[in-house]
Design a protein around this ligand. Structure first.
Ligand code: SF4
Ligand code: SF4
Length: 437
């Protein structure tokens, strides 16, 4: 399933067949290649996946990404990924659910398809379908079919409702990947975290159905402190291997939704994030272990950093456009405005990529403004959140020639910070951020 070193090099060279890639300076391509050296490549359905943050190669979606890369070298950001919550409904009640307190009725099919058309026109190459539990929607197949080959579609699910029949229908509609949440290798612990007995078995059946149908199949693990420190990772990896999944996406509890006012002790400390960082590198360097995509690594300043509102956005079930799935700040609603207009407003506020997680830095301001419903309108937060920061840019953008000057985007030679693979040190700013807790 995983490519050998030699096959990997051949596949990297093959990306040069994509005309849009050849428009980039060779030096830039070489630097990006070097940056991604730890990634384990997977072949699925005749395509090669680097990780679930990037579209498969070759594909129309990858060509779109390459066009976006070129735009970045010109100082212009194109949204690479957008996750759309297709419903707020869900049969589970997870302790960490970020959808909690989101209000409003689900977007009707027509609005959703219109938003997808606009996202594709903007150049979005990865469209994630999330929720709530997206499979609750009976018209999910029509939503998937509304995404043409310019983007790949990924379903984020608890597994509830992913029967073999449904998996077949989604495959016919053009779905590419399925990510099933699995919080633990112990059935009882997973069920308790999902708030429903039988959730573990449901997730495993969904993974099997996804594999049988040939989807790029992922597990999603919310890595809690006990998972990291309690020695459960090796057994989790063994289960993933037994199930034959292509990738394990490792997230962490975030101060959003049910955890907006969560006990600070449930959030990871920098050294625990470092542990996930090492897990990403260690597993991907070994051919024996499954492929891991740890957000702590990918969103680190030494890699892509935080893309919220800069190259990523999230549309909630009611149509509110937010910087990312966890950051409940609405910049407008696609029921009343074009996606293009809201994206412009969002991207003006998030004018450049960040080295650190916007949400972790600004959770205290969000908590202060929270009145029982989410999301919070941008206008109410624009003076209390740290939208502009001057910490330098993450490595990926530095490689593309970005630097920061007075909070504005500039494309030119970079001096950049040398902090790589580590969080930038605290700058003693006035914002009460989670990094300091
Ligand atoms: S985290 Fe997902 S599965 Fe759990 S309650 Fe929230 S929407 Fe449902
Ligand atoms: S705000 Fe945090 S959770 Fe959201 S995209 Fe940025 S790093 Fe990820």
């Amino acid at each position: 399933m995983y490519l050998t070193k030699l096959a990997k090099e051949v596949e990297w060279l093959k990306t040069l067949r994509v005309p849009e890639m050849r428009r980039l300076p060779l030096r830039t391509l070489w630097r990006i290649r070097r940056m991604l050296k730890d990634e384990k490549l997977v072949r699925v359905d005749g395509k090669v996946m680097i990780n679930s943050f990037l579209p498969p190669v070759p594909s129309e979606a990858f060509r779109g990404l390459a066009r976006g890369l070129h735009a970045l070298t010109q100082g212009r950001a194109v949204p690479v990924s957008t996750y759309v919550a297709v419903t707020n409904a869900c049969p589970y009640r997870c302790w960490h659910c970020s959808r909690e307190f989101r209000v409003g009725s689900d977007m009707p099919l027509g609005t959703m398809l219109g938003a997808i058309r606009e996202l594709q026109a903007l150049g979005v190459s990865i469209i994630g379908l999330t929720g709530g539990e997206p499979l609750v929607r009976k018209d999910l197949e029509q939503i998937v079919a509304g995404i043409d080959e310019r983007s790949v579609s990924i379903l984020f699910t608890s597994g509830a409702g992913l029967t073999p029949g449904r998996a077949r229908a989604l495959k016919r509609a053009g779905l590419f990947g399925v990510a099933v949440s699995l919080d633990h290798y112990e059935p009882g612990i997973h069920d308790a975290r999902r708030g429903r007995p039988g959730a573990f078995e449901t997730a495993l059946n969904a993974i099997r159905a996804s594999k049988r149908m040939g989807f790029y199949t992922m597990l999603q693990l919310v890595a809690t402190r006990d998972v990291i420190e309690g020695g459960s990772i090796p057994r989790y990896l063994a289960l993933a291997q037994e199930l034959g999944v292509h990738e394990i996406r490792v997230l962490e509890p975030m101060p959003a939704g049910r955890l907006l006012h969560g006990d600070p002790s449930c959030f990871l400390k920098p050294h625990e994030r470092q542990e996930l960082h090492r897990l990403h590198q260690r597993t991907n360097r070994s051919r024996r272990l499954p492929k891991v995509c740890a957000f702590a690594y990918v969103e680190d300043a030494g890699m892509f950093g935080c893309g919220a509102g800069f190259q990523h956005m999230y549309i909630d079930a009611a149509g509110n456009v937010c910087p990312c799935d966890f950051t409940p700040i609405s910049f407008g609603n696609v029921r009343h405005e074009s996606v293009q207009a809201v994206w412009q407003r969002l991207n003006e506020a998030f004018a450049r990529p960040r080295r650190r997680c916007f949400l972790l830095e600004n959770a205290a301001a969000l908590r202060r403004q929270f009145d029982g419903t989410l999301p919070i309108p941008y206008e109410e937060l624009k003076d209390s959140c740290r939208f502009r920061c001057r910490d330098g840019v993450p490595r990926y953008y530095r490689e593309l020639g970005w630097r920061t000057e007075g909070g504005t985007r500039q494309k030119s030679k970079v001096e950049g910070s040398k902090v790589e693979g580590r969080e930038a040190p605290c700058r003693g700013c006035e914002v009460d951020c989670f990094y300091c807790l």
